[in-house]
Design a binder for this molecule. Structure first.
Ligand code: SF4
Length: 442
């Protein structure tokens, strides 16, 4: 270890950075106390714990900025089995989360253009283009991204990551671990679990080599336990929206879900969600809802439109409509019951074969149908995401079935999660207005 570099890391991250982020948290809490945080005529102010989320995300990217001088870094896909890497003390960067952050910060378009200038087609997922653009240009709203020592891609979300991570491996000249998860058409077979487990065993050998130390089995179990606890708390948080009025909207969940994705396996994520659940329960006790008068309860399918979250929340809020459930935020809540800290290898194999995109489209329809019952839904908005083909495939059929067989009004809304060039505000507003009028008349 280089002592000078390590001292600089401790100073920048744990002294200066932490103090600045803490101060920011205090200032934001003061603002919240005066009712000045996220002020909106149409929506209830954000949760006080959202300030804590912001601080955790800030700390995460701050550590990333200096991570190369402190230890080993791995770049991983959002649904990758990360527990063994965390137990080996890798700093984990999630390019998709970074992409979402760029989308929300309105930086994704410029970064995508950087990638397109280098020859990457606009038909490629906008997360991939955003991050390849950041990699090529060195630009990012978080200041600086650490270089990876290792890459881990799991095919449980899509095949795009397979090609994207090959580009990264070629660019950074580092090893790439690929975990191939068999698609679940009907049920998870023992053979498929054994196949993934065998890949994980090989992956651990590679990761140990890069980390320069062996995996501690006790730490591995502990990280798995923390991942499981965070996922269970997240599930409880989402379930609280079965109440009327719903205490948090799915737009809130979109911004609060970063820790369950990029900080799984950390104690601070568990503490955050425990505190958030408490605050949400207080809202329920006090009868506080997302909008002053909740009239319509809706479902959202697919990724968010990161650059128009607030616009969409207020647009719907003006009609007394709240999105109370989403297949996307639910995807991380579904993983908890698959995790077993006593058998972390087997549990990782099962857990990471289970994401919604690794199961048949009929499973997603079944999830939406269950949500209609559990969340007392009046309608559904299916975001047809130009970028995310695996999530959008089958949506037309799903919408038709929801309408015909479940008698649920459903709207297909075309946009792109990160690229505003594939989004028309006028078209979205027209379609939403017509949908709201239809629901209100019903
Ligand atoms: S195509 Fe979809 S699942 Fe794949 S990286 Fe893009 S957003 Fe994620």
């Amino acid at each position: 270890m280089n002592i000078g570099k390590e001292l600089n890391y401790q100073w920048q991250v744990n002294v200066l950075g932490r103090s600045a982020l803490r101060l920011n948290r205090i200032l934001m809490a003061r603002k919240a106390g005066k009712g000045q945080l996220g002020k909106s005529r149409l929506l209830t102010p954000p949760l006080n714990t959202s300030i804590w989320t912001k601080e955790l995300i800030g700390q995460h990217y701050l550590r990333g900025r200096y991570a190369n001088s402190h230890g080993k870094v791995a770049w991983v896909t959002s649904g990758a089995p990360i527990e063994f890497l965390k137990a080996l003390d890798f700093y984990l960067l999630y390019p998709e989360n970074h992409g979402a952050l760029c989308g929300a910060a309105r930086a994704a378009e410029g970064l995508s253009i950087e990638a397109e200038k280098a020859g990457y087609s606009r038909d490629i997922c906008s997360y991939a283009r955003t991050d390849i653009g950041a990699m090529l240009s060195g630009k990012t709203p978080v200041g600086r991204l650490p270089k990876p020592d290792l890459l881990l891609a799991c095919t449980n979300i899509c095949q795009t990551v397979l090609h994207w991570y090959r580009v990264l491996a070629h660019h950074f000249q580092v090893p790439l671990i690929l975990i191939d998860t068999p698609f679940i058409y009907t049920e998870m077979t023992d053979h498929a679990v054994a196949f993934v487990k065998a890949q994980l065993e090989e992956a651990i050998i590679v990761a140990e080599k890069v980390a320069g130390k062996p995996l501690d089995p006790r730490r591995f179990k502990e990280v798995t336990r923390l991942s499981m606890l965070a996922s269970e708390l997240w599930l409880e948080l989402l379930r609280r929206n079965r109440h009327r009025p719903a205490p948090i909207s799915v737009f809130d969940q979109f911004t609060q879900m970063a820790p369950i994705v990029e900080m799984r396996g950390e104690a601070s994520t568990v503490d955050l969600y425990a505190a958030m659940l408490k605050e949400v329960d207080q809202r329920i006790e006090q009868g506080i809802g997302v909008v002053p008068e909740e009239r319509l309860r809706l479902l959202w399918d697919n990724l968010p439109v990161w650059y128009r979250l607030r616009y969409l929340a207020e647009f719907l809020g003006a009609h007394g409509a709240v999105i109370v459930a989403s297949t996307y935020t639910n995807a991380w809540a579904e993983l908890g019951p698959q995790m077993d800290p006593e058998h972390p290898m087997e549990s990782m194999a099962r857990t990471y074969m289970y994401p919604i995109l690794n199961r048949g489209t009929g499973e997603k329809l079944a999830t939406m149908r269950q949500m209609i019952q559990d969340y007392h839904l009046d309608g559904a908005i299916l975001h047809s995401d130009r970028s995310c083909k695996p999530y959008s495939v089958g949506q037309m059929d799903q919408r038709d079935r929801l309408m015909r067989q479940d008698d649920l009004p459903a709207l297909l809304l075309e946009a792109d999660h990160n690229d505003p060039r594939s989004y028309s505000e006028e078209q979205v507003a027209n379609r939403l207005t017509a949908f709201m009028e239809m629901l209100e008349a019903a």
